[in-house]
Design a protein around this ligand. Structure first.
Ligand code: FAD
Length: 384
């Protein structure tokens, strides 16, 4: 696979006293499989569901995929493995799916990303969709990479937006160089065109309550290859250690916590509200927490519904990784701290005093709500 790049001026952005030069990259991906060019069309969106609920971000992606499909004059199909409850079909239809394709193997093999990839690859070879989209979630990202390699086509990962460019090609837009620039990437020579989209990058569209979708079973009768791995058990993780990129609530601490002993205040708040714990680089450098929890330029990029910044100044290298949080609460003793410029709620105070009170109040308010979620926390905060 090769790439052609050219730079083009975009709109510059002012960030504090630091001017971010405008830069956008246009990249053309050349896939290897010209044989896969023929396509009978259609946009497929891979959808995961568990416990009768769609994975977060699925309806947003279906709605966005619907816009892309509409611009190219194609239909949008949501693709699932196995069975799907009727209620979820209704939700998918209302957000833009004309069809729900249920991929089934006659032997109903045990689910795994390896098996799902084989089944999806076979379904794609049989039905030749023009585009295949999925979330950049743990499972979606895993399947997409395996699938693109298996089909010999291009894949643009972790996009923030999808559009349609020249010749009705999918134009996938993703942040690059720590979000200092964005790249628009097309895949003109192989099919299907593939992209994964960051959960929470796209807003939910207003549902069309009159829409309905046809459910179509796609039997895939292939000899399955031995996946080489076997799922033994599913263990629910500690919410504080949930993968940061998927967390709905992030409680982050900085050097303002003062010491490793005080770090437990961040963990206690996260525990009380079902949040995931994160940190600035300075907290990581002082070994209060491991580097996989660092947010920022050289750490993770997160987009939670709620980000609580405790004793964090708001240095640009940190905020680059959390600026897209839907709501930010900052606690800092310094009223001039840059983090307050981006916070929705600012608490000017000592984290060592504020955190124990906040944790106790929220623990009490949420005691009957296990794994409460951001909406319950907002409600508890608005009823002091
Ligand atoms: C190339 C490069 C890459 C980097 N990558 C990253 C990155 O990925 N992520 C990252 O986070 N940083 C990164 N950094 C470091 C970054 O520049 C900052 O140094 C770091 O984010 C600051 O961390 P901090 O907010 O914990 O500390 P500080 O900037 O020192 O801020 C501490 C804050 O705590 C407040 N405070 C102090 N005591 C209290 C108290 N008792 N109660 C409440 N508030 C209090 C202070 O007022 C202050 O605002 C990078 C730097 C470079 C050069």
């Amino acid at each position: 696979m090769s790439a052609e790049c050219m730079t083009q001026p975009g709109k510059g952005q002012q960030q504090g006293d630091f001017y971010r030069p405008p830069l956008r990259l246009y990249i053309k991906v050349k896939g290897g499989a010209l044989k896969a060019m023929s396509s009978t069309g259609g946009v497929w969106v891979l959808v995961e569901h568990r416990d009768e609920k769609l994975e977060d971000g699925s309806l947003e992606l279906v709605g966005h995929g619907r816009e892309v499909a509409g611009k190219t004059g194609q239909e949008l199909s949501a693709v699932i493995f196995g069975e799907i409850p009727g209620e979820l079909v209704t939700q998918l239809a209302r957000h833009g799916a004309s069809r729900v394709l249920c991929i089934r193997h006659p032997a109903a093999p045990e689910r795994s990303v390896e098996i799902d990839t084989q089944l999806l690859a076979a379904a794609i070879e049989q039905h030749s969709p023009d585009m295949v989209l999925s979330l950049e979630s743990i499972t979606g990202a895993d399947i997409a990479r395996r699938l693109a390699a298996r089909l010999g086509t291009g894949l643009v990962t972790a996009c923030d937006r999808l559009d349609v460019g020249e010749d009705n090609l999918l134009a996938a837009v993703k942040p690059i160089y720590g979000s200092k620039a964005s790249a628009t990437i097309i895949c003109p020579t192989s099919r299907p065109q593939m992209a994964t989209v960051n959960p929470d990058a796209i807003d939910l569209k207003t549902p069309d309550t009159t829409a309905s979708a046809e459910v179509v079973v796609l039997p895939v009768d292939i000899d399955l290859e031995d996946p080489g791995t076997k799922a033994v058990d599913l263990l629910r993780g500690d919410p504080r250690l949930v993968a940061l990129v998927e967390a709905e609530i992030v409680v982050a601490g900085g050097i303002g916590l003062g010491s490793r002993e005080n770090w437990k205040l961040v963990e206690e708040l996260a525990d009380a509200i079902g949040g995931s714990v994160a940190a600035t680089r300075r907290a990581v450098d002082d070994e209060w927490i491991t580097s996989d929890r660092q947010v920022g330029l050289t750490g993770k990029t997160v987009r939670p519904k709620l980000y609580i910044a405790c004793g964090i100044s708001g240095a640009i290298q940190h905020t680059m990784g959390m600026k897209d949080a839907k709501a930010i609460i900052a606690i800092n003793t310094d009223r001039e701290a840059p983090i307050f410029k981006m916070a929705d709620v600012g608490v000017i105070g000592d984290v060592l005093k504020v955190l124990p009170v906040l944790t106790a109040k929220l623990r009490e308010a949420l005691k009957d709500k296990p794994g409460p979620g951001a909406d319950a926390v907002f409600e508890a905060l608005s009823n002091p």
